[in-house]
Design a protein around this ligand. Structure first.
Ligand code: ADP
Length: 620
């Protein structure tokens, strides 16, 4: 039993294929994790890197808290089950299962006990003397599982184990594997391209595409809150209906029109409360997503009606699917139409082909995506909200409250926009805000806070008391005027270029980091890792380090910088410094004068992240 941690794991194959990029995830003990995505998205490569069958190009893997990057597969305490079973055809089931234990030189008695106990769990006791060639696909897959089970591994890795089975057997084996997981209470990682398999088996699912994680979430969150159009389309059958949509903001709500159709619906603002105002104004092209189960052939099921032209009905027994088109005049085939719609309907509904019917849409459950980036515009937790900020004689008016801004904001009188990230709005403080609604989000409470027309969001502990007011961490906010940033947020990480220098040879070699015009000492494992990854090139390339403002300090030695500004947030003060053309923020209590030269150093080089110069690989 073990947890697994993958930290910024990359795989670049020798032919240059970037199969896996920046895979970071914590898997808890006993979880059933599914990696899902289309063929070639990097699922198997990730699994094989965990197993130790594939070398990793960058990043770190820990199993049960132990760093395993350089640990042999056999010593990782993982067992892998493959699609093709990989059984020995000439050996009996018993011997297939006993094989790995014999190699480990376990006593006959121990082997017998383990094989029989695994056979019992999997229901194959009667087949122990049979050879795999005389067994069905499902039975063989059970033997393959048994072979993994007898080893009592900390982690089970399963690579498309059911894809050779027919549909009926797959469904049966799916529940067998879930049962096995519950019984043996071990961490499982399961790779599949089948979203139904993923949704029915995983406690959490990792959706991948082109080597990148798209979303890691529970099955219900993936279904209800897909983070982008790809996940929305990949999860759920039939596929979500997608439409280019024209939106415009009106006083009573948001008007939604679908081009080339009569669809023209005024939806209350509350349906889109989590969307940025700008994305609803019609400035940006958007895609509306509606699942077939959020449409009804009953025009009165929801208050939002639309006409469509019936193409055909597929009766599925328990229910049916109506294929139609919101464009009631189209001659185009339904498969090519951009305005086609699939609607879940009761069993045995009958509609005449070509008839025009009225349906209704559940707008409380629609999805909205940016047409260019394909990211959701209705996130479960809005990352940031733009709010109006009026400044007059040093005093500010924000969300219906009068307040004094920190000294860092030395703003002339005028109207501004404050970009307020959700993590900057904290419960407890002088800001009075009205809690309009709360919802549970992964153990936290998302509070919808209203002031007039404006709604902002705070992610609070479930025990928070709205009467204790709220506070804003202004360091995390930026201020804009006419779409231009006038005060940027304090970056959580500085991005500083550096080189590696070597002095001396062999065991006596000393490595330093060259930053700006100076050099600093460094944790040896950081330089060691860079040299390991880049060989002699390490000494001529320029790397980048990400380090927090409180990880740089004003010091007697290090590298020189010129103070270009001071940001005073009361409890936290920062210097803005120029290091050879790069701006860095330094958290400090002593504030030199702007224009002065200071010497800076890194507080702890173990707390930096190092990136390679060109391909953006995380090295340390
Ligand atoms: P999946 O399991 O999601 O189908 P893989 O992890 O097998 O995807 O492959 C991810 C990508 O890496 C694909 O583009 C594949 O062609 C490529 N790839 C896999 N193995 C190798 C290899 N040994 N050499 C080069 N490219 C590879």
């Amino acid at each position: 039993m073990a947890g697994i941690r993958l930290e910024h794991v990359y795989k670049v194959y020798p032919n240059g294929t970037k199969a896996v990029n920046d895979f970071t995830m914590d898997i808890s003990d006993k979880e059933f994790i599914v990696f899902v995505g289309p063929s070639g998205c990097g699922k198997s490569t990730t699994l094989r890197m965990i197993a130790g069958l594939e070398e990793i190009s960058a990043g770190n893997i820990y199993i049960d808290g132990k760093f395993v990057n350089r640990v042999e597969p056999k010593d990782r305490d993982v067992a892998m089950v493959f699609q093709n079973y990989a059984l020995y055809p000439h050996m009996t089931v018993y011997n297939n299962m006993a094989f790995a234990l014999k190699i480990r030189k376990l006593s006959k008695q121990e082997i017998d006990q383990k094989v029989r106990s695994a056979a019992e769990i999997l229901g194959i006791t009667d087949y122990l003397n049979t050879k795999p060639k005389d067994m069905s696909g499902g039975q063989r897959q059970r033997v393959a599982l048994g072979r993994a089970l007898v080893r009592e591994p900390k982690v089970f890795l399963l690579d498309e184990p059911l894809s050779n089975l027919d549909a009926k057997l797959r469904t049966a084996m799916r529940s067998e594997i879930s049962k096995l997981h519950r019984k043996i209470q071990t961490t499982f990682i399961y790779v599949t391209h089948d979203q139904v398999e993923a949704m029915t088996m995983g406690t959490r699912i990792v959706v991948m595409k082109d080597g990148f994680i798209q979303q890691i979430d529970t099955p219900s969150n993936l279904y209800n809150y897909p983070c982008n159009k790809f996940v929305a389309g990949f999860i759920g059958t039939p596929q979500m209906n997608f439409y280019k949509a024209n939106l415009s903001c009106e006083k009573e709500g948001v008007r939604v029109k679908l081009p080339n159709t009569d669809v023209n619906i005024l939806v209350p603002h509350s349906c889109f409360v989590k969307a940025a105002k700008r994305s609803l104004s019609g400035e940006k092209p958007v895609v509306l997503g509606i699942r077939s189960e959020h449409l009804s052939v009953d025009p009165n099921a929801y208050p939002y009606k639309a006409k469509c032209r019936v193409s055909y009905v597929e009766n599925l027994g328990i229910d049916s699917q109506l294929y139609a088109d919101f464009n009631t005049e189209t001659e185009e085939s339904i498969t090519d139409s951009e305005t086609k719609v699939i609607i879940k309907a009761p069993a045995n509904v009958r509609f005449e082909e070509g008839s025009i019917i009225e349906v209704s849409i559940d707008f409380d459950n629609v999805h909205l995506f940016d047409a260019e980036t394909e990211q959701t515009l209705l996130p479960r937790v809005p990352q940031s909200v733009d709010v109006d900020l009026a400044v007059q004689k040093g005093n500010a008016r924000l969300l219906g409250n009068e307040l004094t801004l920190p000294a860092a904001y030395d703003l002339p009188d005028g109207n501004y926009t404050l970009k307020l990230p959700v993590e900057a709005l904290l419960s407890g403080g002088a800001l009075a805000l009205n809690v309009e609604r709360t919802e549970e989000v992964d153990g936290k409470t998302l509070a919808h806070l209203r002031s007039g027309d404006e709604v902002v969001f705070a992610l609070c502990e479930p025990s928070f008391d709205p009467n204790q007011g709220f506070d804003i961490d202004f360091r995390k906010c930026s201020i804009l005027q006419n779409d231009e940033v006038v005060v940027p947020a304090v970056p959580s990480q500085n991005n500083l270029p550096f080189g590696v220098r070597k002095y001396g040879h062999g065991k006596k070699a000393v490595y330093k980091l060259a930053i700006g015009d100076g050099e600093i000492d460094c944790e040896s494992y950081v330089t060691q890792k860079i040299v390991e990854s880049f060989g002699r090139d390490a000494f001529r390339l320029s790397f980048r380090m990400l380090l927090a403002p409180d990880n740089i300090c004003v010091s007697q030695e290090g590298f020189n910088a010129v103070v270009t500004g001071v940001s005073d947030f009361g409890n936290y003060k920062y210097l803005r410094c120029d290091v050879n053309g790069t701006e860095v923020y330094v958290q400090t209590d002593n504030l030199p004068i702007v224009g002065e030269q200071v010497c800076l150093n890194v507080v702890n080089t173990a707390n930096v992240h190092v990136y390679s110069p060109d391909i953006d690989l995380l090295i340390v």
